[in-house]
Design a protein around this ligand. Sequence first.
Ligand code: SF4
Ligand code: SF4
Length: 171
Amino acid sequence: MKLQKPVTVPKIEIYLSRIQQLSQERDDEDWEFRSWLKQYAPDDIDGLVKTWSQKYFALIDCTQCANCCRSLHIEFEESELHSIAKTLGQSIEAFEKQCMSEGKANPPCPMLNGKLCSIYENRPEVCRSFPHLEQPEFTSRLIGVIDNVAICPIAFNAFEELKAKLAWPHA
Ligand code: SF4
Ligand code: SF4
């Protein structure tokens, strides 16, 4: 890993309104960084991103946020849909009619109860892995990452740390 010296780790941002504002202000910067990453990301980029993802998962309390559950159109697997409809005591047809459009659940997610997931132990895979920082081939998923940076404090802070710690010339 190539580090710039000295490296200043950005201060952690946890407030959603501030993260949204900063993401808008840094939109051009984020796209420039994406282009740079496509060419110059170090070989161990997936491992680095995983490390920072785990760091911010430990620092940020999802149960005080739930912004992903409130704002995303979630696409469930067919088997997950069966299980969710059963949990809610509905037929799949009724669930789709009430809670979905174009194959995705309308936000806020119908399983969200306050800021908690009512089916947490059985939540779908897409929810378990969100914001998907720990999946392989990070640099092939950067458009989705930039979308998630604007809504998820974990993604936002991990991406900012990545900008600061890699030898990106604009950092
Ligand atoms: S199923 Fe649970 S974790 Fe997934 S979006 Fe809905 S409330 Fe959130
Ligand atoms: S994954 Fe991100 S957006 Fe979702 S609850 Fe946790 S911090 Fe909030």
